[in-house]
Design a protein around this ligand. Sequence first.
Ligand code: 13P
Length: 253
Amino acid sequence: MRKPFVAGNWKENTDSRSSVELAKAVVAGSAGVAREKVTVAVIPPFVYLQAVVRAVSASGIAVGAQDVYFEPKGAFTGEISPGMLKDVGCTYVLCGHSERRHVIGETDALVGKKVTAAIGGGLLPILCVGELLEERDAGRTEQVVTRQLEAGLAGLNGEKMQAVTIAYEPVWAIGTGRTATPQQAQEVHAFIRGLLAEKYDKSVAEEIRLLYGGSVKGDNAADLMREEDVDGLLVGGASLKADEFVRIIQAAV
Ligand code: 13P
């Protein structure tokens, strides 16, 4: 059985005070939810990671980073290594979020290097994939997701795959209020699981958690989670309100 996983990606939001307040409110609001039943992670901006790690300590809530660089150290101004993230208490890291790909311009190959480096550094990468609206309209969703997975997972054997979570986030559903229907999410998730069974084996495919992201709210979380291959949710906007995020956590249990 795959344990449900709910992660809140705060993106470029909060400040030193509100990041801690939000983290504490999530801890308090979700205190009654058994941690054996659901994995919960919050993913604040880099500069608030340490404060948020302190705020959630002993709650069982994990902390993730929104990005990572693949080099362990050196002259890479502005970059943050897996070792640094681990050092401040991060467990997870997003790799290849759609905004990194489509706003910042990260390539599939760069994302793959980040995933490998994250695992090497003892982090658990959440590899994000998903198609643009024009790609979906052109019937190219599976092709795009396949390409992103091939590059994102390049060089990982079945054992390393145990560290990986995959998030399917259709770009047209992110921040638009236009959630994919549970059927649309299920269709792509089933496709991804099938692809992993072919590329690795059935047990790797059965064990990996596949999250859906894109306009997830308290109101649609339960319907999405009901789908067989939707194992969790990667939440953006709705994770900035503790009550709403806690509703989503409860819907995932
Ligand atoms: P929204 O939930 O705001 O659509 O963002 C989704 C997302 O990008 C999470 O990583």
